[in-house]
Design a protein around this ligand. Structure first.
Ligand SMILES: [Zn+2]
Length: 693
């Protein structure tokens, strides 16, 4: 329930985002796995592409790709021989570090750059919260005890509430919090529109969340909530049947809503919302409380409308028992930070395992978490602004910030040359492109005017649960009134392992967590800095000029600012790139690549590499081999099979081995450095080069 990123951001590492963003565990990936992979065993060494596969590799489903094998997938790296850099640069570079990496049970990804950064970020946070007498620690202590009692009391009240009380809850504005598992109220500010819309986020996550009880990683989210629901004393009575009935209802509501035309958005004035949501279950009151006026526009989709109508019907039909349990489950899920897992471990785990087929612990808090650890997780989730402030004060040095700021300035200057030499564009569009580049805002580690974001003050007698909602209100209402002007950037935690570009702000951000393990290294080579961070910054800037970003002008307004001819030339280049991904590369037999879906990220990867390569040319002693290795190391990671397949199906980022290899192979300098010739795995013929910028 913390602030959400409403805008489509272009993150560098989307899986990292999935792991770290969204405290409610929402995740846009829905598993496409239907069953176990078919197995085929190889009795003799097989040459495929440019590889000799070792004897004993049993799963052929992922090695049909040309020219690279999907080395992102757990177990594949260890089955390979270390290739030549001419054939597969990514695997060559990451082989030693990743060949023995296995993704731990319950995790999606492990190894390489990702793991190193994530580890450092945890160290940093632990250090931050080990200062026992910090403000944050004392906030945690005073809030948690009261909050835990408060959640339990609310759940108990709900579970014993009579019919009239349940009716009035469903008719009240606070109900919207109770059903946050279904959808959420969010502010959207754009240049023409200030209003509210119901995020579709929950639509994407809602179904796998509740329906797929076993078999893919979304089950971890269900597990989390169910276990913590169970941990509440109030809902252990007739646990199996009550949860079962409530879940069945929720699934049915979601499925019915899914059947409606969810995509179609409607805009109406808040004043007219009564007419649309005609019944007990009406969002108007809640929206008014959150600062929206009658004259402001509200956007909703048929999906939310359908859910509201179904709830309405349930209330009118008197399905009070089920509604009561749904409310309780949602309440507990909202307050689960406070409930801990001891009750579950002591009393509930066996029952839940038999109900759901799931075993294991809640991912919210590691087993045996101390009060301090629970306090840390709680505070980090609840008060991102406060944690960000403390993190910056403690870890972000002036030197490292200056280092990155200089790098950004160099990259922006070099982009002038990249755009000026884009001869396929008219001079007029080139001029406008450079104008947009110069107008781009950016945040390196934190804003200079960061203090202007008004701090949220915890009231003296509030407990954690009340504060939790007060914080949410604070964020929402201050965004609406413009006090928090940079919400989507401000919401990012400094420890986030990522970087972002926001098209409708024409701005990008590099979070400290992305480079926490190396940025303060005074001996850091230029090549490593360029390969790790330079290409990332170049990538984010390039997003301003990719298939999505280029639709927004220098002020972040979505309107065409290119000539028809230039747009057509751009689209042709993008189509060639998409086609390359669709026809020349394949990761899995059963999950086709989606070149159109990844085109924006590919343009950004290649644009980032291009601009840094240009910068490197200015240094006669530049060590290219080290630089290319840094780039490949940065992408080095191992996914589980289902995560890799999900990523191919849904993620706008190509898999890591493709992001490294396909990008590097575009560049003549790279081809020359490793003396790559036709027939080598990393060879791309000049006519197949798909660089857009
Ligand atoms: Zn990106």
């Amino acid at each position: 329930m913390s602030k959400k990123n409403l805008f489509k951001t272009c993150a560098l590492l989307s899986v990292a985002v999935l792991l770290s963003a969204c405290g409610q565990g929402s995740s846009p990936i829905e598993s496409s796995l239907s069953s176990q992979e078919s197995e085929a065993s190889i009795s003799t060494p097989l040459t495929y592409g440019f590889y000799t596969i070792e004897e004993g590799v049993s799963d052929l489903s992922f090695i049909q790709g040309y020219p690279w094998i999907n080395t992102s997938v757990e177990g594949v790296m260890s089955k390979l021989k270390k290739p030549s850099p001419k054939d597969d640069f990514y695997t060559y570079t990451n082989y030693d570090a990743l060949k023995d990496v296995a993704v731990p049970e319950g995790e999606m990804q492990a190894g390489g750059f990702f793991q190193k950064q994530a580890k450092k970020n945890v160290e940093n946070l632990n250090a931050l919260f080990s200062k026992k007498d910090t403000e944050l620690a004392s906030i945690a202590k005073t809030l948690i005890a009261g909050g835990k009692a408060s959640v339990k009391a609310e759940v108990e009240t709900l579970l014993s509430a009579g019919e009239d009380a349940i009716r009035s809850i469903f008719a009240s504005s606070s109900m919207f919090r109770g059903i946050s598992k279904f959808y959420e109220i969010s502010h959207v500010t754009d240049h023409e529109e200030i209003g509210i819309r119901f995020s579709e986020n929950k639509l994407v996550t809602g179904l796998p969340y509740f329906v797929k009880l076993v078999g893919d990683f979304s089950s971890r989210q269900i597990k989390s909530d169910l276990l913590l629901c169970a941990a509440s004393e109030g809902i252990t009575e007739n646990l199996e049947s009550r949860i079962d009935a409530a879940l069945k209802s929720m699934i049915s509501i979601l499925k019915n809503a899914e059947a409606s035309d969810k995509k179609e958005a409607h805009v109406t004035l808040l004043a007219d919302l009564d007419t649309v949501f005609n019944g007990l279950f009406n969002p108007k009151k809640a929206l008014k409380e959150l600062g929206v006026s009658d004259e402001q526009e509200v956007t909703y989709t048929d999906y939310e409308l359908s859910i509201s109508k179904q709830f309405d019907a349930m209330v009118k039909d008197g399905d009070i028992n089920v509604l009561r349990d749904i409310l309780a489950i949602c309440k507990i899920a909202d307050g689960r930070f406070l409930l801990g897992i001891k009750e579950y471990q002591d009393n509930i785990s066996g029952k839940l395992a038999s109900l759901t087929g799931l075993t294991g612990q809640s991912p919210e808090f590691p087993e045996g978490s101390s009060d301090e650890e629970i306090a840390r997780i709680f505070i980090e989730r609840m008060y991102p602004e406060a944690v960000k402030r403390a993190y910056i004060d403690t870890f972000v040095t002036q030197e490292s910030r200056q280092k990155v700021t200089r790098l950004v300035a160099d990259i922006i200057e070099e982009y002038h040359n990249v755009f000026t030499s884009a001869k396929w564009l008219s001079q007029d569009t080139i001029t406008k492109t450079i104008e947009k580049l110069d107008a781009m805002n950016y945040t390196v580690f934190h804003d200079d005017d960061y203090v202007s974001v008004a701090p949220f003050a915890v009231k003296e007698n509030d407990n954690a649960y009340e504060t939790f909602y007060a914080y949410d209100d604070y964020v929402v209402s201050n965004t609406a009134s413009g006090v928090i002007s940079n919400d989507e950037i401000g919401a990012e935690k400094m420890q986030t392992l990522n970087a972002f570009y926001i098209p409708n702000k024409n701005s990008f951000m590099v979070c400290h967590g992305f480079c926490s393990s190396f940025i303060d290294d005074k001996a850091l080579d230029k090549e490593a800095l360029y390969g790790f961070l330079g290409v990332t910054i170049g990538h984010e800037i390039s997003h301003g000029f990719d298939s999505t970003g280029s639709l927004y002008d220098k002020d972040g307004k979505k309107q065409e600012w290119w000539s028809k001819e230039d747009r057509a030339a751009f689209n042709e280049k993008v189509a060639k790139l998409s086609s390359f991904y669709n026809t020349k590369l394949r990761c899995f037999n059963d999950v086709p690549n989606n070149g159109e879906n990844v085109s924006g990220e590919v343009i950004a990867d290649m644009g980032g590499m291009k601009v840094i390569a240009n910068l490197a040319e200015k240094d006669p002693s530049f060590d290219y081999k080290q630089f290319y290795a840094s780039q490949a190391t940065c992408f080095g990671t191992v996914f589980t099979m289902d995560i890799a397949k999900n990523a191919v199906a849904h993620d706008p980022h190509p898999l890591p081995h493709l992001r490294s290899n396909v990008t590097l192979a575009q560049f003549e300098r790279f081809q020359k450095t490793y003396d790559i010739k036709p027939g080598d795995g990393m060879y791309i013929a000049p006519e197949d080069v798909v660089l857009v910028w």
